[in-house]
Design a protein around this ligand. Structure first.
Ligand code: KIV
Length: 253
């Protein structure tokens, strides 16, 4: 699809969100480790375990019959060794039924990318702002703002694609750098806060539909207020029960 049509991607964490994303025609579903803050109430992605990711992936893959489903390897599931990266990726495919895995990192993860691909699991890489490295980066900051930092991110993207990644997520980098990397690599770049010139775009499901509790980053566009709709429905239900309006005759046997 690179150079022909823009690629659409969204996260999903369970059966109903997977059904909705899949049926809307989105090309790629990421079972993202953003599951932690968005669906499990964790303060960040760091506590998420591989078991939790696999549990979510099983529900998502049951709901998605068309889109490519990618499982996000969580922090600690591939950082110890190349062997651990292969083991975790194989578990994700066998138990979670995903078609590919994603991992964060560039030059330092190239060997892991190569080993996982050699084991038969397609890998999507993720460079630029890497949420699993939030402590190393000093928080969630736009990356690649100096010439030197930008050069290192280009090197990261080259290293993971040369190692066999089929696609690279570019997160939180200047739009011009997103365009430069997109031109520099042969595989599709999927941007999130990386400008309009990436080959595709990805966002977090709850941000897009207005179901996020807390901060929504500047790069997000929200297309609905599902949280507001659900809240109003629940309040109306409660009022009907308290007021004796529900159940009515039609809802009774
Ligand atoms: O976990 C996630 O949601 C991600 C993003 C790229 C959307 O990694």
């Amino acid at each position: 699809m690179k150079g022909k049509t823009r690629i659409t991607a969204l996260t999903a964490y369970d059966y109903p969100t997977a059904r909705l994303v899949d049926e809307s025609g989105i090309d790629l579903i990421l079972v993202g480790d953003s599951l932690g803050p968005t669906a499990l109430g964790y303060p960040s992605t760091l506590p998420v375990t591989l078991d939790e990711m696999i549990h979510a992936a099983r529900a998502v893959t049951r709901g998605a019959t068309r889109a490519l489903v990618v499982g996000d390897l969580p922090f600690g599931a591939y950082h110890e060794s190349v062997e651990q990266a292969v083991r975790s990726s194989i578990r994700f495919v066998k138990e979670g039924d995903v078609a590919a895995v994603k991992l964060e990192g560039g030059v330092e993860r190239a060997a892991a990318v190569r080993a996982v691909v050699d084991a038969g699991v397609p890998v999507m890489a993720h460079v630029g702002l890497r949420p699993q490295a939030m402590h190393q980066m000093g928080g969630f900051r736009v990356q690649g703002k100096t010439d030197e930092a930008a050069r290192r991110i280009v090197e990261d993207a080259r290293a993971v694609t040369e190692a066999g990644a089929f696609s690279v997520v570019l997160e939180g980098i200047p739009a011009a750098l997103g365009a430069e990397i997109t031109a520099a690599v042969d595989v599709p770049t999927i941007g999130i806060g990386a400008g309009a010139e990436c080959d595709g775009q990805i966002l977090v499901f709850t941000d897009v539909v207005g179901l996020t509790f807390g901060h929504v980053p500047r790069f997000v566009r929200s297309y609905a207020d599902v949280g507001g709709v659900v809240r109003a429905a629940l309040e109306a239900y409660r009022e009907d029960v308290v007021g004796g309006e529900f159940p009515g005759e039609a809802e009774s046997y």
